[in-house]
Design a protein around this ligand. Structure first.
Ligand code: VG1
Ligand code: CO
Length: 611
């Protein structure tokens, strides 16, 4: 689809009239948003328009704001920034200004979010601007709730032209914290940079917002409301998504596992959006005990928490899973429901291993993959565990930059089924987003499959057993990520520049401590489907034994700079697989700190988060 986006881009350079006049050839192609929809009336629906029925649209003068550039995943800023007059409205209008009118006029859009503070006001603004720009219908999750994977699922199922996700994902919420907005297009995929760059360009020159003069819409009850030619339908946030999950997984297999008296499961929704999905799916459909859900009510400030399912921020769950009498499988998801963390009894599955283990077991345990996955992919900093599965299963394999948007083209092109990121993102081509609940269902399926037919009282195959068995087959890729959050931006940039310079001076064979350099570079990616190129995607030092050190700056923060340092080392010897990753990786971590002079540049002695 991004190839189409790129072609559209060149069209978008021209004035809109030109786009309208080239409408037929555009519609003849499998183009960006409206490919699956009938043509729409292209007249602007204005008070002065002769079109009928009439929706009153106001033209609101506005001035550009600086800095409305999207990062790894959408536009994220402090709530107070978004609360400035027309700040959100400018971005939404700029988005409509970036799309060919055929891609939204009279069309269908989806709107939902993770329930965080400011979502309610934001939803009303988005609805009015969508109506003001001639959108035909908007589907909104009840109370404005839809997880990121659910938005992707709804867009695909309802053949919508695209959708908005109101979320800053794993960033904290509340009046003093973060808010965010993402746009996905008709395949359910996050908008590629070719579109987000257009939006950013338009935010710098915007002068008018088109807003429909309609009352605030009551989003608390299901049903349809019509305002002239514009319709709002409030939908159940769970049903389309649940229906999809039922086609992907063998629910009976999972039910059988969850009903065993010798198996206990616990899910931490972190007071975020999966709270709305956990009970209907795990309890009502799959028969889990209602007490298995922790923090299951979505709250505007996530209960003062940081809704990031990792060992630092999901500490309540981690304590339970590492405590006495721990459940057999523990899982958590993030603000918008696209991330997941999987834990066994006193055992952490790194996301890099998780995607590899899911891929290795998918065909046996998950009906959606009964003919085997088509191909596998990971983001560059994610460990090479998945590469080993791809090579053993003789599957096409891809390494893409950080950010889910890079997987979509490969999926649309039929090249990719299962993929993941080290940042607790795992998913497949059932939608075009990473999917937290999907990953939990995948793990329940794997454990269910491995224990099928085992009698109560027999030892069950545990999460740890599955990992140990995987490592003994494929070897273990020890992996860790150190995050240094909210560093001084200029100092972080100086460190990156220093490393770029070091890379330019380094050559294969150079010694770095006890390691011999194979190559060092700044990762660049050429999309095999549309040929688009992404550069400066992370600084890599790859050593002769396959060990890697990677540095990048986060593109999702809202204050300062977050430095991410990724460390990986392969260990084929099964007798060493039980070693703690921090112990196994200690020499490489020390080398990474010394190569980068991280402490000198940033003054930080310790990371804020270790994965
Ligand atoms: C982080 C992760 C990246 C992920 C992105 C969005 O980006 O590293 O793998 O795709 O967040 O996840 P960055 O640029 O901060 O490293 V989510 O759950 O916040 O939408
Ligand atoms: Co997220």
């Amino acid at each position: 689809m991004a190839s189409v986006a790129l072609r559209l881009n060149s069209l978008l350079q021209s004035p809109p009239q030109h786009v309208i006049s080239t409408r037929s050839p555009l519609l003849a192609r499998d183009h960006l948003l409206l490919s699956r929809r009938a043509p729409f009336p292209r007249l602007l629906v204005r008070a002065s328009s002769s079109a009928s029925p009439i929706l009153k649209v106001e033209s609101i003068p506005t001035k550009p704001y600086e800095g409305q550039k999207t990062g790894t995943s959408g536009l994220r800023k402090k709530v107070k920034v978004f609360q400035q007059e027309n700040y959100l409205a400018n971005w939404i209008q700029s988005l409509f200004n970036s799309l060919p009118p055929e891609d939204y006029k009279g069309g269908l859009l989806v709107l939902g979010g993770d329930g965080r503070f400011f979502n309610k006001e934001a939803a009303e603004i988005i609805i009015k601007i969508a109506a003001g720009n001639g959108v035909g219908k908007i589907l909104v999750g009840r109370d404005g709730i839809l997880s990121t994977p659910a938005v992707s699922a709804v867009i695909r199922k309802r053949k919508a032209n695209g959708g908005f996700i109101m979320s800053a994902s794993h960033n904290p919420g509340g009046p003093d914290y973060d808010w965010g907005i993402k746009f996905n297009y008709s395949s359910g995929q996050p908008a590629p940079e070719s579109i987000t760059d257009q939006i950013y360009g338009n935010t710098l020159s915007i002068s008018e917002i088109k807003m429909a003069d309609i009352p605030d819409v009551d989003l608390s009850s299901l049903g349809t409301k019509e305002y002239g030619s514009f319709t709002v339908e409030v939908v159940d946030p769970v049903s389309d998504y649940l229906e999809l999950m039922e086609t992907v997984f063998d629910f009976q297999l999972i039910k059988d596992l969850l009903s065993r008296p010798d198996f206990r499961f616990i899910f931490d929704a972190m007071h975020a959006v999966t709270g709305a999905y956990a009970k209907p799916i795990f309890v009502d459909q799959l028969g889990a005990n209602p007490s298995c859900i922790m923090n299951g009510v979505p709250l505007e400030d996530f209960g003062h928490g940081h809704p990031d399912p990792n060992l630092t921020y999901a500490k309540e769950l981690v304590q339970i899973m590492y405590g006495s009498n721990a459940p057999d499988l523990g899982a958590a998801s993030d603000g918008d429901g696209d991330r997941n963390m999987i834990l066994g009894k006193g055992f952490f599955i790194t996301p890099s291993d998780s995607v590899a283990i899911i891929a290795a077991n998918a065909q046996a345990a998950i009906p959606y993959f009964k003919s085997g996955p088509k191909g596998l992919a990971r983001s560059m900093p994610t460990s090479g565990a998945l590469d080993r599965v791809a090579s053993r299963l003789q599957l096409p394999f891809f390494e893409v930059p950080t950010g889910w948007k890079f997987f979509g083209n490969l999926m649309d092109d039929g090249k990719l089924s299962i993929c993941g990121e080290e940042s607790f993102g795992t998913g497949s081509d059932h939608i075009r987003e990473k999917d937290g609940i999907w990953a939990v269902l995948a793990w329940l399926s794997i454990i269910g499959e491995k224990n099928k037919g085992r009698k109560v009282g027999e030892k069950l195959v545990s999460v740890e057993d599955v990992a140990m068995e995987h490592w003994s087959t494929f070897g273990r890729n020890f992996f860790s990520r150190y995050d240094y959050e909210e560093c001084d931006s200029s100092k972080a940039n100086q460190m990156i520049e220093y490393l770029r310079d070091l890379i330019s001076r380094s050559k294969p064979g150079d010694a770095f401590g006890n390691y011999t350099l194979k190559f060092a570079d700044d990762f660049a990616y050429t999309d095999p489907v549309d040929g688009s190129v992404a550069t400066k995607q992370g600084l890599r030092f790859v050593f002769a034994d396959g060990s890697r050190i990677i540095y990048r700056l986060s593109g999702t923060g809202s204050a300062g700079a977050t430095i991410r340092m990724y460390i990986e080392q392969f260990e084929p010897d099964a007798s060493k697989h039980k070693v703690d990753a921090q112990v196994a990786l200690k020499p490489l971590i020390e080398l990474a700190l010394s190569i980068s002079k991280l402490e000198q540049f940033t003054g930080r002695q310790k990371p804020t988060v270790i994965t």
